[in-house]
Design a protein around this ligand. Structure first.
Ligand SMILES: Nc1ncnc2c1ncn2[C@@H]1O[C@H](COP(=O)(O)OP(=O)(O)O)[C@@H](O)[C@H]1O
Ligand SMILES: O=P(O)(O)OC[C@H]1O[C@](O)(COP(=O)(O)O)[C@@H](O)[C@@H]1O
Length: 332
């Protein structure tokens, strides 16, 4: 074995992380590199908790959600002592390359580790939120959209049957990528996004105006509002109450929650994960470190870790315009 590669998954798990691990293991086997899987995110690095990976472990894996290495958040890794311990453990195992599959927090961690360990560190974007600068999409994003859309389709069935207003909260941490796409693809009536949120009163007035316009057209309407998480002051129940008070209508809140993190990855996530995983292994022994590998317009790009969380990634402006025309500003 000429090189030793380690891989871990960190932060919020995302569908496609397993597909990525599989690609790394198979590409390493082809290159005759040994592969170590650290478990429980950065906790595994600090506690020297690992397993050897070969093609037996990754057989029949590409379609499975979650991550066979488990994921976690790890406060100790943010300290110098934690990162130093991780560096010692990597040196003890003679690791040449560490591949971190995770979100922007995990890349801050990877960057921090680089101050204590001189081995090669590569990052692969894995999060349902798609909130990482430097890549058009993240592993898990497409599956989470499908999950949210199929759930909202079901909500619409009961919303129509009862002619009710429904609020559906989707994940995204502080970013609206998932909410915007889920709302458009499920033909929701209104979407409340962090990037465009003005204030509660303005938003309530817009929704009420829309409802009044719709009621002029028909006495029997249902109405679906998609809400990005952590956005409405006091949470989704407060919004439900405010809407009930303002419209005298029945409003029901639904929080999709962690359902959006699970399930079998859709083909776009499997392909992105496979492409980036195999490409990461092709960089082993090259003089490239401290970068995330992302995809921009179909091409793989190498983005320094510091650029992945630096500036906030903009929403697709064409989608925003479409959303405004067909949804939020339909009667403006
Ligand atoms: N500033 C930081 N310094 C060192 N490690 C960090 C830093 N920020 C995050 N991490 C590590 O990365 C882990 C995952 O980050 P988190 O933000 O929770 O998820 P994600 O990677 O999905 O964005 C954290 O639990 C911590 O171990
Ligand atoms: O699993 P937890 O700790 O409740 O975290 C929930 C958060 O994790 C996510 O599902 C994924 O976020 P990260 O990928 O940044 O970890 C967010 O959408 C959500 O806000």
């Amino acid at each position: 074995m000429t090189k030793k590669v380690a891989v871990l998954t960190s932060g919020g798990d995302a569908p496609g992380m397993n597909a990525c691990i599989r690609a790394i293991v198979l590409a390493c086997e082809r290159a005759n590199y040994a592969v170590v899987g650290y478990q429980h995110g950065y906790n595994g690095l600090i506690n020297q908790e690992y397993c050897l990976l070969n093609n037996n472990q990754v057989h029949n894996l590409i379609q499975r959600g979650g991550t066979i290495l488990q994921s976690a958040r790890c406060h100790e890794f943010k300290t110098d002592a934690g990162a130093k311990k991780a560096a010692e453990n990597l040196a003890e195992l003679d690791i040449d390359t560490l591949i971190v599959i995770g979100g922007d927090g995990s890349f801050r961690g990877a960057d921090h580790l680089g101050a204590f360990w001189s081995g090669q560190i590569l990052g692969l974007p894995g999060t349902i939120d798609n909130d990482i600068s430097g890549t058009d999409a993240t592993i898990g994003f497409y599956t989470a959209i499908e999950t949210a859309v199929s759930s909202i389709d079901k909500v619409r069935d009961t919303a129509d049957a009862f002619e009710r207003i429904f609020l559906v909260e989707v994940m995204g941490r502080h970013a609206g990528f998932l909410a915007l796409r889920a709302a458009l693809a499920s033909s929701a009536d209104y979407v409340i996004l962090p990037e465009l949120f003005d204030n509660p009163e303005t938003t309530l007035n817009c929704i009420t105006t829309q409802l009044n316009e719709r009621r002029k057209q028909s006495d029997h309407i249902s109405y679906i509002i998609v809400l990005a998480e952590k956005l409405w002051p006091g949470g989704i129940d407060n919004l439900a109450q405010a809407l009930t008070d303002k419209t005298q209508s029945e409003v029901r809140p639904v929080i999709l929650g962690h359902v959006q993190r699970g399930g079998s990855p859709v083909s776009e996530d499997r392909i992105l994960a496979t492409k980036l995983g195999a490409y990461a292994v092709s960089l082993v022994s090259k003089d490239i470190t401290g970068v995330m590998l992302g995809e921009q317009e179909g091409k793989i790009v190498e983005v320094p870790f510091k650029m992945t969380w630096g500036k906030s990634k903009p929403l697709d402006q064409q989608l925003v315009t479409t959303m405004k025309t067909l949804m939020n500003e339909r009667y403006a």
